[in-house]
Ligand binder design. Sequence first.
Ligand code: COA
Length: 322
Amino acid sequence: MTYSTIAGTGGYLPERVMENKEFEKIVDTTDEWIRERSGIKRRHIAADGETTSDMAVAAARKAMEAAGVDTGDIDLIIVSTTTPDKVFPSTACIVQRQLEIRNIPAFDVHAACSGFIYSLDIADRFIRTGGAGCALLIGSETYSRILDWTDRSTCVLFGDGAGAVVLRAAEAPGVISTHIHADGQYEDLLQVPAGISSGYDQVRKARAYIHMKGHEVFRKAVAVLGEIARETLAANQIDEGDIDWLIPHQANLRIIAATAKRLGLPMERVVVTVDEHANTSSASIPLALDVAVRDGRVKRGELLLFEAFGAGFTWGSALVRY
Ligand code: COA
């Protein structure tokens, strides 16, 4: 029986750090409001010309180094992003070229903030069925480019960055189970209402910015994240006491705390990066994992629960023995 296991992690954050205070000069907000309502203190913002693929490549190189593999070992690349460099080619193909890897499958996954969980689900299936032996999974996002910097209810919540993992075939799991869901009826609550077939500004007068009904998104996120955590524990016949670390999507500290509370997990066993990174969408889980691996919190052999929620709505979880 073949399983998949996380062989190494990597992360990249743009150099520029933007503090909450800076928003006080741009929109009608305060550092206190942002901290209290979201838990965010600061975020990283991509430099002019710095792209999703640039950040993805930087995170990928670190993950490969940590895993002790080189580009010749990689036989699958999946990039999860909702902020691709171009309509096509896929960001995964651009990353492949930059890493000088040839003739292996490379594609993007578009599942908004749940993208990394979707990628992990897909790559795990590739590896378990013999379709790949060493996969590079990257979540990379440049949300600063789809923010309306005059909308205080969204612009304070997001940041840029990339996280990556190398997933390898192994005799023992690794990835124990993945659970992915979607329900398209919530499109209006969280969207960037512009695109190719529906037209950009000219056609719908819709600007390519995030539009969000924050309170409704918040309520739905808390509900489904609680449910998916329970679903994951039940599917594996374990309870919350078996989980060493909850590594959730980092959107809002209050959502994270509510999920931990529903699970009965103390915050000491939750990896939190939303304070430093804000919401980096599909990059947030691999980035948080990388931070906790590198600072020594997450150790080999520990049991990790990942969970995410995002536009669509999409949501998902993964139980992983690191
Ligand atoms: N500064 C000051 N006030 C702000 C503000 C800001 N940056 N943004 C919004 N407000 C105001 C609102 O206009 C509203 O004012 P009103 O009552 O006069 O209309 C008030 O704050 C409260 O808004 P509300 O939406 O009820 O606050 P909230 O407690 O729900 O917190 C969010 C707002 C956006 C932080 C929260 O809803 C949230 O995090 N939602 C989920 C976001 C998310 O996770 N999105 C991505 C999913 S992957």
